[in-house]
Ligand binder design. Structure first.
Ligand SMILES: NC(=O)c1ccc[n+]([C@@H]2O[C@H](COP(=O)([O-])OP(=O)(O)OC[C@H]3O[C@@H](n4cnc5c(N)ncnc54)[C@H](OP(=O)(O)O)[C@@H]3O)[C@@H](O)[C@H]2O)c1
Length: 251
């Protein structure tokens, strides 16, 4: 039987570093209990110690987003911890088409099938499966919030506009994974209409993480802000949208 806790509780996948770690920190500083997913017990202890240094008490689940058993472990954890989940941030992601800030290693005509499969597995199939598994617990929250970490690189409108700043940034596997994650946001928001659960896609900005690279203009602190805004939306906030900070992005 779950012990009810009054504190809001959030699950952030890929919470040991980059935007996910910073999101956990910022949510923790707002009084929300951040539970981070981390792929090894050692990395979990390191991340929790770093969060404590910022004054944030967090918890961690050793979890690989692509493993069904680990997703069930997360369900069991939140069931036992709170009997509900308030915030799910599908943040874990991979970019498998080369080094950050450099032209992708492949084009649409050469991207290998294994790169497509591995990218879609982590960036699309895993967050969808995790969301489906945790949805019953999110529906038990008074204000369930789901944030899908997408990217402006998933925007078909901008990719097909020669005047857009991302027109030449074509990483087929990564971009496609974010486009279909956006499609899932729209479809799930439709299904959740009239419920207390909201789901939105976030573009964090081009952020100085391992994935974003050192040429990225945005700090990690600012890079977490869109996730935090969408995780803490008021009851009259949007659902089924695509945002950077408070701005709506084109699909
Ligand atoms: N940085 C940017 O400029 C930028 C721009 C647009 C969108 N995004 C999106 O924002 C999100 C976070 O990006 P980031 O820049 O913070 O990336 P990052 O620094 O590379 O961190 C990625 C995180 O995802 C975790 N992860 C990867 N595969 C996983 C799996 N199978 N299971 C569990 N965790 C896994 C990593 O864990 P390990 O430490 O174990 O590898 C790490 O914690 C991603 O979805 C990314 O696509 C980033």
């Amino acid at each position: 039987m779950a012990t009810p806790i009054n504190q809001r509780i959030a699950f952030i996948t890929g919470g040991n570093r980059g935007i996910g770690f910073e999101t956990a920190k910022q949510l923790g500083l707002l009084g929300i209990l951040p539970v981070i997913s981390v792929r090894s017990a050692e990395a979990a202890q390191d991340a929790l110690a770093q969060l404590r240094d910022f004054g944030v008490q967090a918890e961690a689940i050793v979890f690989d987003a692509t493993k069904r058993a680990d997703r069930q472990k997360a369900v069991d954890f939140f069931e036992a911890k709170a009997g509900r989940l308030d915030i799910l941030i599908n943040n874990a992601g991979v970019y498998l088409e080369g080094e950050p800030g450099i032209a992708p290693s492949f084009t649409a005509s050469t991207v290998p099938e294994h790169v497509l499969r591995d990218t879609l597995e982590t960036n699309f199939l895993a967050p969808v499966a995790l969301t489906q598994a945790l949805l019953p617990l999110l529906k038990k929250s008074a204000a369930g919030r789901i944030v899908n970490l997408s990217s402006i690189l998933g925007s078909l409108t901008l990719h097909s506009d020669p005047s857009s700043p991302i027109y030449d940034a074509k990483a087929t596997a990564y971009d496609s994974s974010k486009t279909i994650l956006n499609a899932y946001t729209v479809h799930l928001a439709y299904e959740l209409k009239g419920s207390t659960v909201k789901v939105n896609s976030a573009h964090p900005g081009w952020v100085q993480t391992s994935m974003g690279g050192s040429a990225a203009p945005m700090s990690i602190v600012d890079g977490a802000k869109t996730s935090v805004i969408l995780a803490t939306l008021p009851d009259d906030g949007p659902s089924g949208g695509f945002f950077h900070m408070n701005d709506t992005l084109p699909w």
